[in-house]
Design a protein around this ligand. Structure first.
Ligand code: UDP
Length: 444
């Protein structure tokens, strides 16, 4: 209520249109709306959220010129480059028209943009509007990006195969294999994309979906690089009332299935929206789950290869398989005792916020950094670095859920959940940071 008199200020939010990026941006929009701001979501035609789910927001479509409809780790860089090239003119014209109206309701206080949608900063500068960056991944990932020029200078990049398991100087506990620069055909494009994402240009601050109790020391190191206020206000999904932000239809039937399972007994398996198990690995996973004798909830996406014949009959009611789960609800359910995850940042922070320990099977990008922190720093995860073989999968699941080897992770996950709850509570670090962010926006 204290911000009531400022209710007329409008914020324009520009998400990167992938599930793991749209989610935190819309959560941020919901939080800032509750603080009295009008919210406009400037979105691409590619992968946009259903406006009907957000009656409080305005939506501003931008033509993106993108023909490709699928996202994969292979076309990620090209898609991002396309958005930055194609959306700028459209956003600039649309905002200029809004600003012409000049009434209090349409006064744009600030543009908040995903770190990869940097064209929005150019638009903001052109129109004389302040801008703020939203970083949707961990501070640890940003720190690893910031080290790239030094690693290049010292001749480490491009990596040699033999170095992959060595610790990266100055970035412990990360190894070279944990950086997102695995030997890659388009390394130059990747480095260019990272350099652009790292450059704050004229932006006034960086918002993070993380919290001090997870990443305070990393954020302090990042602060030495940027002369900007950093606002770690996460986990966003714990501050905001649950609205579904899924681009896919959530199958709620798994919740009634979870209701019938015993406390902490279920292993939840999901690789997020992009990572993909090939046919062979999927087969091993299926039989590993079947043989583990633990109840399991498995997200096998629509774009996945089919499950092996006879598998569903073999597991009967002990397994629940859905194409897309209401993940936050799943992780908060008291039947769920473990998460086999690809370690995308949203999945990571959603899991530890609910005290659910993980088996960390990262695929690409920042997932390896998150996985390493989960297992080595926060100690809430068991690293999965083996070939996918059913016997080892079965063993890892048992270790995490009931074995002695998983005891520490189970306990640490509970401890971290409590710390996170304190950080978003009245007077906690994320709570205070959010108020500071609102004050900054009001000062524009
Ligand atoms: N998610 C979901 N249902 C699923 C799988 C994933 O709601 O069946 C959500 C999950 O809660 C998270 C997001 O999709 O918020 C995935 O983001 P993340 O950063 O973990 O991974 P990405 O999809 O970007 O690789």
């Amino acid at each position: 209520m204290e911000y009531q008199r400022e209710r007329c200020r409008r914020l324009v939010l520009v998400p990167l249109p992938f599930q793991g990026h749209i989610t935190p941006m819309l959560q941020l929009g919901t939080i800032l709306h509750s603080k009295g701001f009008h919210i406009t979501i400037a979105h691409t035609q590619f992968n946009f959220p259903d406006p009907l789910n957000y009656p409080d927001f305005d939506f501003l479509p931008m033509s993106d010129g993108i023909c490709e409809r699928n996202v994969s780790s292979h076309n990620f860089i090209a898609l991002i480059s396309g958005f930055n090239t194609n959306c700028k003119g459209h956003l600039q014209e649309s905002l200029a028209r809004i600003m012409e109206k000049e009434d209090q309701d349409n006064k744009i206080a600030c543009i908040i943009y995903d770190e990869y949608m940097h064209f929005a900063e150019e638009v903001a500068t052109h129109l004389g509007i302040p801008s703020i960056i939203l970083s949707t991944s961990s501070a640890a990932k940003m720190q690893s990006y910031l080290a790239i020029p030094r690693l290049q200078k010292d001749g480490y990049i491009p990596f040699q195969d033999s170095m992959m398991l060595e610790l990266v100087p100055g970035l412990q506990p990360l190894r070279f294999k944990d950086l997102c620069l695995q030997i890659s055909k388009n390394l130059d494009d990747l480095l260019q994309m990272i350099a652009k994402a790292l450059d704050p240009r004229s932006s006034s601050a960086i918002i993070w979906n993380t919290t001090d109790c997870l990443e305070q020391s990393t954020l302090a190191k990042i602060q030495q690089e940027y002369q900007l206020p950093l606002f770690p206000i996460g986990p966003l999904h714990k501050t905001v009332a649950a609205t579904s932000i899924s681009l896919f239809k959530e199958d709620q039937s798994c919740i009634s299935w979870l209701d019938k399972q015993s406390h902490n007994s279920v292993i939840y398996v999901s690789l997020g929206s992009i990572a993909f198990m090939d046919n062979k690995d999927l087969l091993e996973m299926a039989w590993g789950l079947a043989n583990s004798e633990q109840p399991f909830l498995w997200v096998v996406r629509m774009d996945s290869t089919p499950l092996p014949q006879g598998f569903q009959e073999a597991v009967g009611g002990r397994g629940c398989i859905v194409k897309w789960a209401p993940q936050k609800q799943v992780l908060a359910h008291n039947s769920v005792g473990g998460f086999w995850s690809h370690c995308g940042w949203n999945s990571t922070i959603e899991s530890i916020s609910e005290g659910v320990p993980l088996i960390c099977q990262p695929y690409f990008g920042d997932q390896r950094v998150n996985a390493r922190y989960l297992s080595q720093v926060w100690e809430v995860g068991l690293a999965w670095e083996n070939d996918m073989k059913r016997g080892a999968i079965e063993e890892a699941i048992r270790m995490l859920m009931v074995g002695n080897e998983g005891k520490l992770a189970r306990q640490k996950a509970k401890d971290l959940k409590q710390k996170i709850e304190l950080s978003i509570d009245h007077g906690g670090s994320s709570y205070n940071s959010l108020n500071d962010l609102v004050d900054l926006i009001l000062s524009f």
